[in-house]
Design a binder for this molecule. Sequence first.
Ligand code: ATP
Ligand code: MG
Length: 180
Amino acid sequence: MHLKQLEIQGFKSFAEKVTLELTKGITAVVGPNGSGKSNVVDAIRWVLGEQSAKSLRGIKMDDIIFAGSTTKKAIGMAEVSLTFTNVEGTLPLDFNEINITRRLFRSGESEYLINKASCRLKDIYELFMDTGIGKEGFSIIGQGKIDEVLSLKPEDRRNLIEESAGIVKYRYRKTEAQKK
Ligand code: ATP
Ligand code: MG
C-alpha cells in the first residue's frame, strides 16, 4: 500500500487545487521558508482526522481555510483528499484504491468521505487503525517527535508499541462492545 495521490484545495496556503502524484519510494518536497512544505503534512494529518487546531499550528479550526493573500480573495471551504493503493488489501475495504476526503466550510459544517461516500470521522479512524497511518500514527514523524517518543510516559509508549504491533483494534473493539 502506498499514498498515490494528494489533492489540496483551499487548505492553508493552497488557494487553487493542487494535485500531487506520488510513486513508491521517496518523494522530497523542497522550497523556500514559508512556501507551504509543512502545510502539505498538515493537510495529510487533517484529512486523517486531526481535531486539534493547535497541532495544525492554528488557533481555531477554520484557520486552516485559505484566508486570502495580496492577490487572492479568501475561500469558503477547504478540501483535502488522499488516495491509497490497496491491492494487497492492507486496508480492510474491498477496493484496490481507497480515497478519503475531508471538507470544512466557514459555516463550521464539515464532511468526511470514503470513496466519495459520506461517512463519519469514526469510520476514517477505524479504517486506518493499526496501520500506523492515522493522525497519531508513526507514519508521520514531525520535528521534535523523536525526542517526544524517548520521553513518553510508559502507558503512552505502550500505546505506540501496540499500534506498531497491530493490536489496537482488539482493545478498541472490546471498549466499543462494552458500551453497548
Ligand atoms: P519553513 O521552511 O519555514 O518550515 P514551510 O515551507 O514549511 O516553511 P509552511 O509553514 O508550510 O512553510 O507555510 C507557511 C505559510 O502558509 C505562511 O506564509 C502562511 O501565511 C501560510 N498560511 C497558513 N495558513 C494560511 C491560511 N489559512 N491562508 C493563507 N495562507 C496561510
Ligand atoms: Mg516547515
